[in-house]
Write a protein that binds this ligand. Structure first.
Ligand code: HEC
Length: 168
């Protein structure tokens, strides 16, 4: 190998390594930490409750069940005012299985906890929001790709990517 080829090879390997690092960085955004008791979402503001009980609703396969949405104190004033959210705002959607005994709809075990956290400089590919999913009561996130969540939430661009509205 001539020294020129060697140099070229080194430049090529160097470029490949930095490209690899860049790609890895692009995919690996800091995860959202599990909101453990006593600072869990049930301590935050309750935003809304919804029951998706039939296939007539297009979210049934994914989000069938009863869910409660919560927002933390940083996000709450923006929800109320219908304004963009400051960094540190967090929403949580807690989804339960349901049973329907004696004409009532009751929540059963938790299916999953969905979270979104605003950090505009970190989550630049997904509208400034990080997304995460915790299955059942598992404290480790299971989400592979935040874009999967953003594919829907992107439609809410005019509401800073949030679906929920403030209810009087
Ligand atoms: C198929 C479309 C769709 C996908 C995909 C989706 N969402 Fe949502 N998401 C919604 C809708 C619709 C609501 C509003 C539910 C309601 O009105 O109670 C919502 C609400 C939320 C909320 C409460 C805040 C808000 O925007 O109202 C969080 C948190 C949330 N989703 C997280 C996630 C996470 C994490 C993922 C990825 C695993 C995800 N979502 C994927 C449609 C979607």
């Amino acid at each position: 190998m001539t020294s020129r080829t060697k140099i070229l090879l080194m430049v090529f390997v160097g470029a490949a390594v930095s490209l690899g690092t860049l790609v890895a960085q692009a995919q690996k955004k800091p995860a959202i930490a599990y909101p453990a008791y006593p600072n869990d979402p049930r301590k935050w503001r309750h935003v809304k409750t919804m029951v998706i009980f039939s296939k007539d609703n297009k979210l049934f396969n994914r989000f069938g069940g009863l869910h409660n949405v919560y927002v933390n104190d940083i996000g709450w004033p923006s929800l109320k005012a219908g304004k963009p959210y400051p960094d540190g705002s967090v929403f949580a959607l807690e989804l339960f299985d349901i049973s329907t005994p004696q004409g009532a709809i009751e929540p059963r075990g938790r299916k999953a906890l969905y979270m979104m956290k605003k950090s505009s400089k970190v989550y630049t590919d997904t509208g400034g929001w990080g997304f995460e999913v915790f299955q059942a009561y598992q404290p480790t996130g299971s989400l592979k790709d935040m874009k999967e969540c953003f594919s829907c939430h992107a439609k809410q661009k005019n509401k800073d990517y949030v679906y929920s509205d403030y209810m009087e």
